[in-house]
Design a protein around this ligand. Structure first.
Ligand code: ZN
Length: 552
């Protein structure tokens, strides 16, 4: 059933579209072993949907690296932005590389503890898990400036920690800007100091009033020492206010490091202020970027304050970006598959002809537009298990998937191992992604695939959608070699659900030969829903391949 997609954001700044839509993406710095290289667009003019805010994230793509080692005990999932500015990309790659290096060191240490434990006790233990995840949001952007919020989650054997870091770049020069560059002068430090000190002090008084103490003197001592701690941590210095995140919902998050204003158990402490509270000290161009009145209001703006643990990262309004497409197959010297000879895939019956379902996980990514070009040229329909977090950045790519007849399906918001989450978090991971994709395509998603293929009864019970796994795994995440990946997939039996990842350049490069190879075997490419039909996949069930025909 199709319904009209409601507008995501009320304001659409049309004047910015022309400016940044034309800028081609140039070379991109590399990380690990598979560098993204993006060529200038040769495709037709980008398509804009009037129901989406399409000007905000122009030319921002999601680059994702995933590693799985030690039988799934060591998991890495890192996404960072790729833009049209090399200097910005280099900085974000450097930042991601540090995280990846740390992951490799830590997971090696934890794995050796695991092996020792296993040797001594003869038992497996689920606590030796290393999980490193990094995702990013474009929090605010125009053609001059772009703000990224990078969220990192580290899980080492049951103890988790989440942190968020803001980045601000000048898009034309590529310079990273210090927070102070946003303000007219240093008075902003005094202002943030007094606002946050007041908010944190209020929270502390309320909490200590509720706590149990032996004597009133003890209570007084506890309060005084905590307030002293807060006073130090909020003193008006650059170092104390080096982590601000500007959000496009009109708030500013002031983030204090672990131990800066509270005990380590509290983790990172955030104070959320309305941007209006500091607006009078922002430079005019920043006020304009944030959609504030350029006139200074002055005075003591009213402000509401919320102090939250950093685990509750505030969601940012969904938005979109402009599509430019990377002509991958030509560049890699791979011949695109021939267009299908008058194949109307929608009219076939997969009980009468051999079908397979190509599925792509973890996107959309920087490579997905190029993949869509290949599929379109060859008239192939596929199924994309997308991540909500990346859909938010590359929503135009998801709209294109939908418009070109592919099936869009749910792969959670940011790729956690769902078996390690409480039920409400599992539900949220799936629902947030469903809601966002619905707003883009106007169609409900009906299938989901849990990250790492990891599920249990809780995961299955958390959604109306059936679990879709796979019957062919070419290990494209491990073997970054187009020929190897193609050879494995071409061997697929009829009725297979084929797992692939559109976050790997090598996988996308393998697709033209896969299309040719499977068509030579007489196979047809269909979406997962088509492959499983006409029987409707049932919620609570798991599917790995085509079902046998229904008994008459
Ligand atoms: Zn995945």
């Amino acid at each position: 059933m199709q319904r009209a997609a409601p507008a995501l954001l009320a304001t659409v700044v049309v004047s910015l579209v022309a400016l940044s839509a034309c800028q081609p993406i140039q070379a991109t710095p590399s990380i690990a072993d598979s560098p993204p290289s993006i060529s200038p667009s040769t495709a037709a003019a980008p398509v804009h949907s009037t129901t989406l805010d399409t000007e905000k994230y122009d030319n921002v793509y999601v680059y994702t690296i995933e590693e799985r080692w030690n039988d799934g005990r060591s998991l890495l999932h890192v996404s960072y932005p790729v833009t049209d500015q090399d200097a910005i990309n280099a900085r974000m790659v450097e930042h991601a590389q540090q995280f990846i290096t740390e992951f490799r060191t830590v997971s090696e240490e934890i794995e050796s503890s695991y092996q020792e434990y296993k040797k001594e006790t003869g038992k497996e233990a689920a606590t030796f898990i290393t999980q490193y995840r990094q995702n990013f949001d474009v929090t605010v952007a125009n053609e001059n400036l772009i703000f990224f919020g990078v969220t990192r989650h580290i899980d080492t054997g049951g103890t988790g920690n989440t942190s968020v870091q803001g980045f601000i770049f000048d898009r034309s020069a590529g310079d990273e800007l210090h927070i102070s560059a946003l303000f007219v002068d240093e008075r902003y430090l005094e202002l943030l100091s007094s606002l946050t000190r007041e908010a944190l002090g209020e929270r502390t008084r309320a909490r200590i009033a509720e706590e149990k103490f032996e004597t009133d003197a003890d209570r007084k001592t506890a309060l005084e020492s905590t307030l002293h701690w807060i006073a130090d941590g909020t003193a008006p210095t650059y170092e104390n206010f080096d982590n601000l995140l500007f959000l496009d919902d009109g708030t500013i998050l002031v983030r204090f490091d672990k131990y800066q204003v509270a005990s380590g158990a509290e983790g990172v402490v955030e104070v959320s202020l309305p941007i209006d509270a500091v607006a009078s000290l922002l430079k005019p161009e920043i006020r304009q970027l944030l959609g504030l009145e350029v006139e200074t209001k002055g005075g003591n703006a009213e402000y509401a304050v919320a102090v939250e643990r950093s685990l509750k990262v505030q969601p940012v309004t969904a938005s979109s970006f402009v599509l430019t497409s990377a002509p991958l197959p030509a560049r890699l010297g791979v011949q695109p598959a021939k267009p299908a000879a008058s194949l109307a895939e929608e009219d076939i019956s997969c009980y009468e002809v051999a079908c397979v379902a190509l599925t792509f996980d973890d996107g959309p990514s920087v490579y997905t537009p190029g993949l869509l070009d290949i599929l379109q040229e060859s008239n192939v329909q596929a199924t994309f298990f997308v991540l909500g977090q990346s859909v938010r950045i590359q929503s135009e790519t998801v709209l294109r998937m939908h418009e070109e007849g592919h099936q869009v399906a749910n792969h959670t918001w940011n790729h956690p191992n769902l078996t390690q989450l409480p039920d409400d978090q599992i539900v949220k991971q799936l629902k947030d992604t469903n809601d966002l994709v619905y707003r883009i395509t106007g169609e409900e998603m009906t299938l989901f695939r849990p990250p790492y293929g990891a599920y249990n009864d809780h995961v299955r019970a958390s959604s109306d959608m059936p679990v879709i796994l796979w019957s062919v795994d070419p290990l494209d995440w491990r073997d970054r070699d187009a020929e190897i990946v193609a050879a494995r997939i071409i061997e697929s039996p009829a009725g297979a659900i084929i797992l692939a990842h559109d976050i790997h350049r090598t996988t996308v490069a393998a697709i033209p030969s896969i299309i040719v190879g499977l068509r030579e075997r007489g196979f047809h490419f269909v979406t997962v829903t088509k492959l499983l039909g006409p029987q409707k996949p049932l919620s609570g069930h798991t599917y790995t391949r085509q079902l046998p025909p229904p008994s008459q």
